[in-house]
Design a protein around this ligand. Structure first.
Ligand code: C5P
Length: 243
């Protein structure tokens, strides 16, 4: 009371008020975003450069299109997208657990840069330099969040979208990944190009579906989000199934 709402919230409320087109109203959406951080000891971790910008933008666009949206996010410096329920996690195991808890969902978009491996044992105490040989960190494989959700049997979301950051053979690798992970769609980006640099504002992507590959022009991550959400809305148009 007595405090001004955040400008982003005011803008979202105005857009929602004037928006006649909320095609995902009544649908549930789940998005994963950001990096995961895998502890080595209480002060150190293995992480990556994901900013969360693309995933957060997709969650915001889904909410703006009327979907009841949950965002499961690793640590980022971003503000929570307006109108989205945010569940914060650190590790891949926590991300999978929070994602499962957010089901059922009609559409899942997994954008998070999940660590493929985690240290087998996270020390209870800070590892000390004792003048001896440097420590060896043994890694174990993390669960694959998108593949697990895509395989979820009866409660499987109707549309599972994965992302693929590739540095070579972008489309070929994304096509194989779509099948291997059981995703319906893969959004592939070339992270070796300037446009697709991890942590940047813009993205150059291909959308890989069962009916082929679309090359999208380089655009801001918010535009990629809006275009993807428009495609998701088209996909559901006319279908009455809801999770
Ligand atoms: O195998 P790769 O990491 O390239 O696959 C990327 C896609 O898989 C993204 O959608 C990412 O969010 C998802 N992923 C996941 N869990 C993992 C690894 C990747 O959900 N452990």
């Amino acid at each position: 009371a007595g405090r001004m709402s955040e400008p982003a919230e005011i803008l979202a409320a105005i857009l929602a008020f004037f928006s006649v087109d909320r095609p995902l109203t009544g649908r549930r959406a789940l998005v994963t975003s950001g990096p995961t951080l895998e502890p080595i000891d209480p002060v150190r971790f293995l992480g990556n450069r994901s900013s969360g910008r693309q995933g957060h933008a997709i969650a915001a666009a889904l909410a703006a299109a009327g979907a009841d949206t949950v965002l499961v996010s690793g640590p980022t410096a971003l503000a929570d997208p307006v109108g989205v329920e945010v569940r914060r996690v650190e590790t891949a195991v926590e991300m999978l657990e929070a994602s499962r808890e957010a089901l059922p969902s009609d559409v899942v978009v997994c954008v998070a840069a999940v660590a493929d491996w985690r240290p087998a044992e996270a020390g209870q105490h800070k590892i000390k330099k004792d003048g001896g040989a440097p420590p060896t960190i043994r890694l174990v494989e993390n669960p694959d969040v998108v593949a697990t959700l895509a395989a979820a049997g009866e409660g499987r979301p109707a549309l599972v979208v994965g992302f693929a950051a590739e540095t070579e053979d972008v489309v070929a690798n994304a096509t194989t990944k779509r099948e291997r992970k059981g995703c319906d769609w893969i959004v592939a980006n070339d992270v070796s190009s300037t446009a697709g640099t991890i942590g940047g504002d813009r993205n150059a992507v291909h959308l890989v579906t069962s009916s082929g590959v679309e090359e999208w022009p380089t655009m801001d991550k918010t535009e990629v989000a809006e275009r993807l959400v428009a495609r998701i809305a088209d996909h559901f148009e006319g279908s009455s199934d809801r999770n």
